[in-house]
Design a protein around this ligand. Structure first.
Ligand code: 2YJ
Length: 280
């Protein structure tokens, strides 16, 4: 995940209702359902009001990003899980979260963004959950991925997790990275996936794209009617490009929703697992 800036975060809290509405329309799920389904859990029958979460501001490294913890807490609340921002930061803030009865603690430094389930003693990781959230969103928007060609741009941590998830779902995956060796390494790990010979040609031919690279796709390369599920930041397109394709993007909420879902899942029994065959 690229380090977010206050301007990337500004306004996200006010857009959560619009995000839920747009997700329902494009992927057929709201943010809460998307997060749970992304990590293989059935959102039905999970009462998030039974839990409490805390977002702890972390000052280490490059320090606090204005609005980061508040936006996380608003996102978690939007999912139906009560979440507060601790007044204290860092280790002291973690102590405050425990003292105030939090079950989950969300916190990020410059390297790691995690949701820690205190009772289970396990944490969910942002790279995997971001990949899972955006693959699930693409699956919803495309009405299934089995047997369908999908292009993954970027063979970093998020891209690699996407390829693994697509392989498990039986998609026909092509991987592209400006560092071809990185793409080749991922392809070697997941038999059946292939490396793009020419990134621009592969992009122009793709109907389903997961963009886990730090570069927005050139507007002129986007095929009309394509579905582009893109955690990558920056994500900047002109109006004409936005009309040409379906874009699924949010700088923070989708990854956070999947992290929260996975962290809650550490406390849930097997009866909450989605039936495998239900995943087209
Ligand atoms: O608490 C704060 O306000 C800050 N310490 C938040 C820092 C947010 N961290 C990032 O944006 C990192 N790039 C996260 C890397 C996650 C890797 N998947």
């Amino acid at each position: 995940m690229t380090r977010l800036t206050p301007s990337m975060i500004h306004g996200l809290s006010d857009e959560l209702t619009a995000l839920d509405r747009s997700l329902l329309k494009t992927v057929g799920m709201d943010l809460m359902s998307l997060g749970f389904r992304a990590v293989g859990l059935d959102p039905a029958g999970i009462n998030l009001r039974d839990y409490r979460a805390a977002a702890v501001p972390i000052t280490s490294g490059l320090g606090i990003i204005g609005g980061f913890s508040r936006t996380i807490a608003d996102t978690v609340n939007d999912m139906g899980l009560p979440c507060f921002v601790t007044a204290a930061t860092d280790v002291n803030g973690f102590g405050e979260a425990v003292d105030r009865g939090a079950d989950l603690v969300l916190m990020a430094d410059d390297v790691q963004y995690m949701a820690y389930n205190i009772k289970a003693g396990k944490y969910s990781n942002n790279s995997y959950c971001t990949a899972a959230g955006y693959v699930e969103a693409l699956r919803g928007a495309a009405h299934g991925l089995r047997g369908k060609p999908v292009l993954v741009l970027g063979a970093g941590r998020v891209g690699t997790n996407m390829v693994a998830l697509l392989a498990a779902q039986g998609a026909e995956t092509t991987v592209a990275d400006v560092e071809r060796a990185k793409a080749a390494e991922v392809v070697a790990r997941f038999p059946g996936t292939v490396c793009a010979e020419d990134i621009e040609k592969a992009t122009a031919a793709a109907d389903l794209i997961l963009n886990a690279s730090p570069t927005p796709i050139k507007g002129e390369l986007i095929r009309p009617g394509a579905i582009i599920s893109t955690p990558g930041i920056p994500h900047v397109y002109d109006e004409a490009t936005l009309r040409k394709a379906t874009f699924i993007h949010d700088p923070l909420a989708i990854g956070t929703a999947a992290m929260v879902a996975q962290a809650i899942g550490f406390s849930l029994g097997k009866e909450h697992l989605l039936q495998k065959e239900a995943k087209k």
